[in-house]
Design a protein around this ligand. Structure first.
Ligand code: CMP
Length: 142
């Protein structure tokens, strides 16, 4: 498959614990190219919008509160088969089920505070990349 992209967020819990550097290192070592990146703090409204698909879920409010509780790093990663390969690198959503050596196994604190987000499809990767980055902020579009 040709080079494609995925969107990752290193979440506030991982930021607070000082895990940004080690997580970015794992991403690099696994062969992903970072083509856009920013350190920001989401507003409540932005977190609500990003996770709108989960609006009906019982954990939605808590997730929004957590995701807007401190700085995050958002990045677009490029690689052949990026979405699937990144989901393998981060491991299962619930860190209790994540394989040894995955980002979530190493750095997640709980199901909600699971260290990182990764897109679940090519279509959502493009939508999520557009949520965080203007085309002028993507080095593949310069
Ligand atoms: P993420 O990949 O960012 O996508 C949605 C997030 O919702 C997920 O990671 C978890 O942080 C969170 N999440 C999913 N399921 C639950 C749950 N059952 N309880 C609490 N948080 C959840």
């Amino acid at each position: 498959m040709a080079n494609n992209i995925t969107l990752t967020i290193v979440k506030p819990g991982a930021y607070r614990k000082g895990h940004i550097g080690p997580i970015l290192n794992m991403i690099n070592e696994a062969g992903f190219r970072i083509i856009a990146m920013k350190l920001i703090k989401l507003s409540t409204r932005q977190a609500e919008e990003f996770y709108a698909i989960h609006r009906s879920k019982p954990f939605y409010e808590s997730l929004v509160e957590f995701m807007s509780s401190g700085p995050i790093v958002a990045a677009i990663l490029q690689k052949e088969n990026a979405v699937e390969d990144y989901r393998k690198l981060i491991g299962a959503t619930n860190p209790e089920n994540a394989e040894e050596g995955t980002i979530r196994k190493k750095y997640a604190q709980s199901l909600e505070m699971n260290a990182v987000h990764g897109s679940d499809s090519n279509e959502n990767a493009e939508l999520e990349a557009d949520f965080f980055f203007a085309k002028s902020e993507r080095t593949d579009c310069m």
